[in-house]
Ligand binder design. Structure first.
Ligand code: FDA
Length: 384
């Protein structure tokens, strides 16, 4: 059977590309091995899908070429996607930091994308393993279908139990497209025995400024049985390299707050002074690490400066990350140097496109990764 385009992957990027191309008149086939489309959309944002971010700009994405995403993001913006959401009467709200969520369910976003595909006459073939890809006579042949255009939209290997695979990288290798080494991103970090006291306070969360790899993010940090998580940690994890430290500022202005406590509560132990500003279990763990051997009233300025130094620059040396099993996205992927930033088409293989998470463009936490899926999907869909 002949089509104008075969799209591998019925995730956000693939469905968006399919709907765009189909509605422009192309005959489109989407192939996915999963038994339902958009599985990651369904579990995203705690089931409410953080579908975009009002602050979307290219500088909120990691890539070996920080300029690559600009073209697609500016031609199909967060506001364009919001128009689509509203056209489908999906109620939404802004949660924090420009993050837009469905009021109801992420299922509405998948239903919307499937309706858009249906409006373009797109055929979606689920529970289908693509098998080998052949190319000849200007056509790509896969799973008994043939088309002059083939779109790689199979994402990255993060969360294999959701059906994620490295197929995009295998196809890239087959056609000679280079890769930027993939790595887990937006991922919890693990701590070793030296930090066992913090693993023991699993479940405690507090606002923090996390720093690693030259960046800083101010959001919640979460202590877990294995180490560190929460939005601020997930954000810096994308910039972190093994061996680098991660630091947390748990109490901006700590030096002044501690002097104030020394005045107000001279008989108190440090852990009580800390518990005024931090969760009790965290205050206890910090006080144990700092080991201030006196009551607050007897602490010298130098003592308080030492304590403030720990609170504002609590440094960990993570042993690693929780890997693809827990990574919200995969950073790295198909090298953008091999692709046109306008169309997502491979420069050296006419008719071959790569979009979404398969490509070396990775957004911050907060709806940016879906916006990249929509924008890159539309760019390819328009070019087909
Ligand atoms: P995606 O992975 O969505 O789709 C790829 C498709 O290809 C899948 O349908 C898969 O079944 C198929 N496929 C893979 N291998 C195949 C093979 N070998 N054969 C056939 N088919 C194959 N982002 C965001 O912006 N806001 C959010 O709220 C969240 N929340 C979130 C929560 C969780 C738990 C995760 C894991 C991720 C998020 N994300 C997110 C990230 C977001 O889900 C991700 O960036 C996009 O889904 C990427 O879209 P793609 O279409 O590129 O890949």
């Amino acid at each position: 059977m002949n089509y104008d385009a075969i799209i591998l992957g019925a995730g956000g990027a693939g469905l968006m590309a399919a709907a765009t191309a189909g509605q422009a008149g192309a005959r489109v086939l989407v192939i996915d091995h999963a038994d339902r489309p958009g599985k990651k959309i369904l579990i995203s944002g705690g089931g409410r899908c953080n579908f975009t971010n009002t602050g979307t700009e290219a500088d909120r994405f990691l890539s070996d070429n920080p300029h690559f995403a600009k073209s697609a993001l500016s031609r199909y913006t967060q506001w364009d996607f919001l128009v689509l959401i509203e056209r489908h009467r999906i109620a939404w709200h802004e949660k924090t930091l420009g993050q837009l969520f469905c009021d109801g369910s992420a299922r509405q976003v998948v239903a919307m994308l499937m309706a858009e595909c249906a409006a373009g006459g797109v055929e979606v073939r689920l529970s289908t393993t693509p098998g080998p890809i052949e190319q000849g006579d200007g056509l790509f042949r896969v799973a008994g279908a043939a088309a002059p255009n083939l779109v790689i939209a199979t994402g990255g290997p993060s969360i294999p139990k959701m059906g994620a695979t490295g197929l995009a990288y295998d196809i890239a290798a087959q056609f000679g497209l280079p890769l930027v080494t993939p790595r887990p991103a937006l991922v919890p970090m693990t701590l070793g025995e030296g930090d066992a006291a913090f693993r023991d306070i699993a479940g405690v969360s507090c606002p923090a400024v996390a720093r690693a790899g030259g960046v800083a993010f101010e959001e919640a940090a979460l202590f877990t049985h294995r180490g560190l998580s929460g939005p601020s940690i997930l954000q810096v994890s994308s910039y972190w390299s093994p061996g680098q430290p991660v630091s947390l500022n748990l109490l901006p202005g700590a030096a002044g707050l501690l002097r104030d406590a020394r005045r107000r509560m001279p008989r108190a132990q440090l852990k009580s002074a800390l518990a005024e500003h931090l969760p009790r279990r965290l205050a206890d763990a910090l006080a144990a690490r700092i080991a201030l051997a006196t009551e607050m009233g007897n602490a010298s300025d130098a003592d308080l400066d030492r304590v403030a130094g720990v609170l504002t620059d609590l440094t960990f040396h993570p042993t690693g990350t929780e890997g693809y099993a827990k990574a919200e996205v995969t950073a790295g992927g198909i090298d953008t140097a091999a692709l046109s930033s306008r169309t997502m088409e491979a420069r050296s293989v006419p008719g071959l496109y790569a979009i979404g998470e398969a490509v070396d463009v990775t957004g911050w936490l907060g709806g940016y990764n879906f916006q990249w899926a929509w924008s890159s999907g539309v760019a390819a869909g328009q070019a087909i």
